[in-house]
Design a protein around this ligand. Structure first.
Ligand code: ADP
Ligand code: ASP
Ligand code: MG
Length: 448
């Protein structure tokens, strides 16, 4: 649809009534904003993650539900229909309490996702009312009607074909009449059960909806004025990037820049939808435009950091001049649905890294993976590492790259340098405790 913007507001943007009002004004001031995707209010999903775990004592369950109630009531009390809203909120909280109790007695991944979905249900309900209170004709749409997924609870895969058909059938016509507010992060499987797309997944939901509705723009409204040269929480020297290519931004997201969920740019790239990233607190300050091609392609664009990486080293003298060893290792990893990130090899050993997605309670490399690998070789598993990625253009053809990057971080123990597979990144591991200082010093070297 021409001139259709899908706007996504993250947790801090819908944290409280004042924040929601700022976002509602952004929608009101630009009539192309017809679809709004919201995250849960800040902090709510973290509460729900805890509530969805097994063996949570009853008193803790009640405390968590009370904390969520406080956040949502604080927003509702500013609205003229607060009494009616309280009834709806209370109804949902009772439902949540019942599932939480069941979950603490008998854990299931299915119920964990059901529990996680409440945050976005509350925020979308309340944000719709905030829009209506400002005179914007808005309605709340249940995204489960269109966001069909498989049953991989916690990390569900969306059926793009079904989404497209459903979006055209159930959503497109509505857009001419009302602003549609819907939930990020959640979907529904073939059995009618609620699923979630992984932490931070609302960005991805918004991008998928933009693609399905053939939107002309996607706007990601967050708590920073765009994409920066590195996480501004690590160094105050980080600066906003006005324009960046899909490819570079996708590398940043993949390598841990929390500003975008790693999959966000996939639908945007498929459909060539420009993505704007800006601050809902300071919309007047502009932001970053991500699009197919940009005017400048600097050697160094940004530094991303991904924490909680696991390094697995497999070692076998039998690997010397042998064939098929790696295939066996990868077959075991595939069987356990483990996705390898970085890889380096020597004559008799191979080092592999794995991302430990935030929020996961158990180590990905569990004892049964190790035991199976040990049938083949010696295995060492190391935790407490962070992956630093230098992102830019033509890095493979940049003379002196090694010196520029590593000269000023001489004092640190750098592990597993990976460069060559892509001309857009150079990655390495550092001990978790050194990560912030390494990024800060590297940023001072490459960008200041
Ligand atoms: P939201 O709740 O709006 O989705 P997130 O907390 O998920 O917001 O993402 C925004 C945060 O991402 C920022 O506050 C910032 O700390 C972090 N971040 C990490 N890397 C970058 C980067 N390169 N540029 C901007 N922000 C970044
Ligand atoms: N509310 C979910 C989370 O906190 C999804 C999101 O915010 O994008 O992970
Ligand atoms: Mg986010």
């Amino acid at each position: 649809m021409s001139n259709l913007t899908v706007a996504k507001f993250g947790g801090t943007s819908v944290a409280n009534f004042e924040a929601m009002q700022r976002c509602a004004n952004i929608i009101k001031n630009d009539l192309s904003n017809r679809v709004v995707v919201v995250s849960a209010s800040a902090g709510v999903t973290n509460h729900l993650v805890r509530l969805g775990q097994e063996n949570v004592a009853l008193h803790e369950q009640l405390e968590i539900v009370q904390s969520i109630k406080t956040i949502q009531y604080a927003i509702a009390q500013h609205l003229s229909n607060k009494d009616a809203l309280s009834v709806v909120i209370d109804g949902k909280l009772s439902e949540l309490t019942a599932i939480a109790q069941l979950q603490s007695e008998q854990y299931s991944a299915k119920n964990a996702d059901e529990i996680l979905s409440f945050g976005e249900q509350f925020s979308s309900l309340l944000f719709t009312e905030v829009l209506n209170s400002l005179g914007v004709n808005a309605c709340c749409f249940d995204v489960k009607q269109v966001m069909k997924t498989n049953s991989l609870y916690g990390k569900a895969v969306v059926d793009n074909e079904a989404l497209k058909v459903n979006a055209v059938e159930k959503l497109a016509a509505k857009l001419n009449e009302q602003v549609i507010v819907t939930q990020g992060f959640i979907g529904q499987d073939g059995l009618g059960h609620t699923t979630t797309l992984g932490r931070g997944g609302s960005d991805y939901s918004a991008a998928l909806l933009a693609e399905a509705l053939d939107a002309s723009n996607l706007a990601i409204w967050t708590d920073v004025v765009g994409i920066f040269t590195t996480d501004p929480r690590i160094t105050d020297q980080a600066r906003a990037i006005p324009e960046i290519s899909f490819g570079e931004a996708a590398e940043m997201a993949t390598f841990g820049a929390k500003i975008l969920h790693p999959a966000t740019l996939i639908p945007a790239m498929r459909q060539n939808i420009p993505v704007f990233v800006g601050s809902s607190k300071e919309p007047e300050k502009g932001g970053t435009l991500i699009q197919q091609s940009v005017e400048s392609n600097p050697t160094y664009r940004s530094i991303a950091l991904r924490r909680e990486q696991t390094l697995v080293t497999v070692r076998s003298p039998a690997m010397l001049h042998a064939s098929g060893f790696l295939a066996k290792v990868f077959a075991i990893l595939a069987k356990h649905e483990l996705s390898v990130d970085l890889i380096t090899t020597s004559e008799i050993s191979v080092a592999l890294t794995f991302d430990n997605p935030t929020g996961s309670t158990q180590s990905l490399i569990n004892s049964s993976v190790v035991e199976e690998l040990e049938q083949l070789c010696e295995v060492t598993v190391e935790h407490g590492l962070s992956l630093v990625a230098v992102i830019g253009n033509n890095l493979h053809a940049t003379k002196g790259l090694g010196r520029s990057v590593f000269d000023k971080i001489n004092d640190f123990n750098i592990r597993m340098i990976c460069h060559g597979a892509s001309s857009n990144n150079l990655c390495f591991l550092v001990p978790e405790n050194d990560a912030n200082v390494v990024v800060e010093q590297l940023h001072n070297t490459l960008f200041v």
